[in-house]
Design a protein around this ligand. Sequence first.
Ligand SMILES: C[S@@+](CC[C@H](N)C(=O)[O-])C[C@H]1O[C@@H](n2cnc3c(N)ncnc32)[C@H](O)[C@@H]1O
Length: 214
Amino acid sequence: MSDASSFLPERDEFMKNIEKRARERYIPIISPEVGQFLKVLIRATRPKRILEIGTAIGYSTIWMARAAGRGVEVVTIEIDEERAFEARENFEFYGLREQINLKIGDALEIIPYLRREFDLVFIDAAKGQYINYLDPLMEIIPPGGVIVADNVLYRGYVQQEGPVKHKRRTMVNNLKEYIDIVTHHHLLDTSIIPIGDGIALSVKKNDREVEPGL
Ligand SMILES: C[S@@+](CC[C@H](N)C(=O)[O-])C[C@H]1O[C@@H](n2cnc3c(N)ncnc32)[C@H](O)[C@@H]1O
């Protein structure tokens, strides 16, 4: 299989240091090539407001906020307080505290209260829950808005033929269901992209595009 991991994008020393800290403590963060993908996607689509579900220590948030530029608000949600505090310190380093609105709590409870539209949503929290985010997210994404979900191929287990180990079964089944829903959703066009741990890139259709075959 071909993949993009040998084309590592440039990162400064502080970003490399976040990668190292995450690695040492087994905190899962996006790979640099996914960071670069998000950067290019943001530069191409120019979202006015970005939402992230799953901040961890802020690595992907920093990629997105820097790609989007100062005028673009990034709302990011993290359930783990300690990680959120560390993320805040990392945002501080780049002077991003004003641009990034970090919310601590369960995304499922917070999303219905956001009451604003987001042109780009990055889902990178508990893999088993992606399906639960979809309906509330469809309420706050305008036509043309984009949903990026990370880890949808889950180290190849999602495409694996034959039985999946018990401990991974629920997660794999939930990810398969997410892929199935977003690839057949009448309001979404979706592409599954095999970079990093697999990305589902979906765009919300407008009224004209909802017609069958378009
Ligand atoms: C894969 S990590 C995020 C990595 C981060 N996006 C990055 O690439 O730098 C997933 C994070 O989602 C958080 N999380 C899990 N369930 C959540 C929920 N229901 N609401 C908010 N955050 C959640 C976890 O605590 C964890 O820090």
